[in-house]
Every structure is written in structure tokens, then in C-alpha cells.
Design a protein around this ligand. Structure first.
Ligand code: FES
Ligand code: FES
Length: 153
């Protein structure tokens, strides 16, 4: 079946079976491999993308759900919040193996768009679904706080 997706500002037409998870389409068909496969059951956050500005788990979102919306992957993040997060990530040297980090950044951007000056508890709660096997959690939190400061200034 033919689907139309608006992804990273481009209109794309592709063939997929109904019910295909967005993650397969993003990685295998559109070859945007910054979005990662971790658990496949919405339990790790590695596959997080934005649908209409809100973080969603691409492994558990059928392609039909994205047809009318605007999808953004890590490759397409481009606004002041995303820039502040990316700078903060570099300054805090957050990344270890890197596997979870696209998802961490997509969630962090979602958090700061919704709550520009989050408390520790709000960061913990919002980021709870993003798992890191390298345990970069403290640096992730520090980077989110730094990004919030950058956006304030
Ligand atoms: S791969 Fe989607 S949440 Fe883990
Ligand atoms: S940096 Fe390795 S899984 Fe998070």
C-alpha cells in the first residue's frame, strides 16, 4: 500500500504493509539510521522521534498514525531548543557508546519545548522512558539543565 509521509520537512511517498512500525520505515526504507532499534516494545526510548512536535516511540507507532502529521527524526532537528540541547550535550560530554543518545536528545528537546525550565523531578519523570545501558543519566540531566540555562539567557 502507498503511504505519504512528511518527514524532516520533505514529502515522501513509499510502499509499506499497513501496520508497519514507523521505525522500520524510517531506518530501512528512508535510510535515516540515526533513530535506533532497542527493545521494539516501547520500553527503552532508543527509537524516539517527534510526531507533530511530540516525542513518540517509532517502534510502536504504526505508519498510518503519521500520515497526516509532521515527523522529525534526529537528522531533522533544527530549532533554537534543539541547538541548545546539542550544544549542552557536547559541553557536558554526555555520550558514551551513543546508542541511546538520539532518543535521549529527542526526548530532551520535547521536554524543553513543553517545560522550558524543568525541575529535577520533571526531568526525571519526562526522561524515565529513555534507558541508557552506559548509565549516562547524570550527564543527561546536567545537559538538560545547561540547555535550559542557555535558552533562558
Ligand atoms: S526500540 Fe522503541 S522504545 Fe525501545
Ligand atoms: S550511551 Fe550507551 S546506551 Fe546510552
Amino acid at each position: 500500500m502507498e503511504f505519504q509521509l512528511n518527514i524532516n520537512g520533505e514529502q515522501r511517498t513509499l510502499e509499506a504493509e499497513p501496520g508497519t512500525p514507523l521505525l522500520w520505515v524510517i531506518r530501512d526504507t528512508l535510510e535515516l539510521t540515526g533513530t535506533k532499534f532497542g527493545c521494539g516494545v516501547a520500553a527503552c526510548g532508543a527509537c524516539t522521534v517527534h510526531l507533530n512536535g511530540t516525542p513518540v516511540r517509532a517502534c510502536s507507532t504504526p505508519i498510518e498514525n503519521a500520515q497526516e502529521g509532521e515527523l522529525v527524526t534526529i537528522e531533522g532537528l533544527d530549532d533554537p531548543v534543539a541547538t541548545a540541547v546539542q550544544e549542552a550535550w557536547r559541553e557536558k560530554d554526555v555520550v558514551q557508546c551513543g546508542y541511546c543518545q538520539s532518543g535521549q536528545i529527542m526526548s530532551a528537546v520535547g521536554l524543553l519545548r513543553q517545560t522550558p525550565a524543568p525541575t529535577e523531578a520533571q526531568i526525571d519523570s519526562y526522561m524515565a522512558g529513555n534507558v541508557c545501558r552506559c548509565a549516562t543519566y547524570v550527564r543527561v540531566k546536567d545537559a538538560i539543565k545547561l540547555a535550559a540555562q542557555k535558552l533562558e539567557g
